[in-house]
Design a binder for this molecule. Structure first.
Ligand code: AMP
Ligand code: ZN
Length: 464
């Protein structure tokens, strides 16, 4: 059974769904006024892996991922956040709705290229404003919220559990917590906005009982999760920066409305860093999947790179590391293709791989220990005592969790004569005749076959 670290209890716990056999999972989604960066994708990968691990164990997962297309859409944010040239090019004659539609499509394309399984639903925040207003009204009625000058605030002192998720209890917040835009009318400095009055520059706003305005960011996720998954959610995922205030506030809002715990397990992935700093739009050290591809690295090389670390450790992105992951991916794919084209005789799938399979799934179930799972995969890859067909079947099963398209080269046969040239080249390299090896590499390239040398041997790839 899969066990994960629950941020709420700070313990590794078996993930036991409330309804046996079915997991309800909510994944905090992207803000769509720009391309997702690969740090965002690292966080979304955690949810994808959880889901694949559960599904491999026969559990059905209903996953919902929201799209934040309101709440971060002021003109100022565009101007601060993005390259001005791009902004003006894109914003020319484009409404916020068009911008959101454009980047939502881009996100879904990135998610597909990164092999994130599609969610069952992608609710758009802009389509849930009535549900958000309904929650705000109920919080006002029950005394958990108050209105001042068109702004509605959640009263943190009305919710005794505030701070349980993040450890930022009111006691601790009192010391030194600073609000970005302090509103002197707030009753407690940690009170947060559920609804904000629209200023004169505001592009996107809705009428409400409290005047024209727009929702706070946190109420979006309460409204969309309650509306799409109901009052009991087994797992809720996000990045570490979501713990506070986003998820702390979501818990306060949702639980103050329904009167009981909503989310059982909170799972948070650590950040992707560049040179020890969080990859982020504001710092300007971010990389989108397109930029990665433009620099010659495939999306799934980044996926493998992320799998090489545990989701609970910060990870530094480097070009060397992603290049290494790409070479490993190519080698694995060519091994898998060669097993498929020459499966061997006699014993078939399943022969002798049981021990590897048990260790692989034990690692996965142990809080998604992907580095250990990959080590098992590499051991199996190198176990020449196993029939190729058995290795092929086991690796294909592993790949349903890893999502690396390890059989991408299967069936794409080498052109006639290439196999012999690859073998000849390996002999030349073994004899340190590098001039001959280079000539053979060129001949293979003319046939559309790219070879790469790794410590574990030569791998090949057909040029797309
Ligand atoms: P955003 O589109 O900014 O709302 O972010 C989408 C998701 O990406 C959130 O769950 C964040 O926690 C996560 N995230 C943001 N920056 C990083 C990063 N550098 N590494 C990993 N996850 C991140
Ligand atoms: Zn959220």
């Amino acid at each position: 059974m899969l066990a994960v670290t629950n941020t709420l209890t700070r313990a590794k716990e078996p993930l036991r769904p409330r309804t046996p056999g079915t997991v309800a999972m909510y994944t905090c989604g992207p803000t769509v006024y720009r391309y997702a960066h690969i740090g965002n994708l690292r966080t979304f990968l955690v949810a994808d892996l959880l889901r694949r691990a559960l599904e491999a164990g026969g559990t059905q997962v209903r996953q919902v991922q929201n799209i934040t297309d309101v709440g971060h859409m002021t003109n100022e944010e565009f101007d601060r956040g993005e390259d001005r040239m791009l902004v003006s090019a894109r914003l020319e004659d484009k409404s916020p709705a068009e911008i959101a539609a454009y980047y939502t499509e881009a996100f879904l394309a990135d998610a597909a290229a990164f092999n994130l399984q599609p969610a069952a639903a992608y609710p758009r925040a802009s389509e849930y404003v009535p549900q958000m207003q309904e929650l705000v009204a109920r919080l006002l009625e029950s005394g958990h919220a108050y209105e001042v000058g068109g702004n509605v605030y959640f009263a943190v002192e009305s919710f005794p559990g505030y701070g349980r998720l993040s450890g930022n209890t009111l006691e601790r917040l009192r010391a030194g917590h600073r609000q970005e835009e302090p509103d002197p009318r707030k009753r407690h400095h940690a009170d947060f906005a559920l609804w904000k009055a629209a200023g004169p520059q505001r592009l996107v706003k809705w009428p409400s009982p409290w005047g024209d305005g727009y929702p706070g960011w946190h109420i979006e996720c309460s409204a969309m999760s309650l509306a799409t998954l109901g009052e009991h959610i087994d797992v809720h995922t996000g990045g570490e920066d979501n713990v506070f205030p986003h998820h702390e506030d979501e818990i306060a809002q949702s639980e103050a409305v329904v009167g009981h715990q909503v989310v059982t397990t909170w799972v948070h992935g650590r950040h992707l860093l560049t040179e020890d700093f969080k990859m982020s739009k504001s710092r300007g050290n971010f990389l989108s999947l397109r930029e990665l591809t433009e620099r010659g690295r495939g999306p799934l090389a980044a996926r493998l790179l992320f799998l090489q670390a545990r989701y609970r450790s910060p990870l530094n992105f480097t070009w060397d590391a992603v290049a290494g992951a790409e070479r490993t991916l190519e080698r694995l794919r060519s091994r898998v293709a060669s097993w498929a084209s020459d499966p061997g005789s006699g014993d078939g799938p399943g022969t002798g791989t049981g021990g590897y399979e048990a260790r692989f799934w034990a690692a996965v179930d142990d809080d998604l220990d992907t580095p250990t799972a990959l080590a098992v995969l590499h051991e199996l890859e190198g176990d020449e005592s196993l029939p190729p067909a058995a290795r092929l079947a086991a690796v294909q099963a592993f790949d349903r969790f890893l999502g690396l398209d390890l059989d991408a080269e299967v069936g794409r046969a080498l052109p006639a004569g290439a196999e012999a040239l690859i073998a000849e080249r390996e002999r030349a390299r073994a004899a340190r005749d590098y001039a001959a090896a280079d000539r053979l590499r060129d001949r293979l390239a003319e046939m559309g076959v790219e070879v790469t040398d790794t410590r574990a041997g030569t791998s090949w790839r057909l040029r797309p």
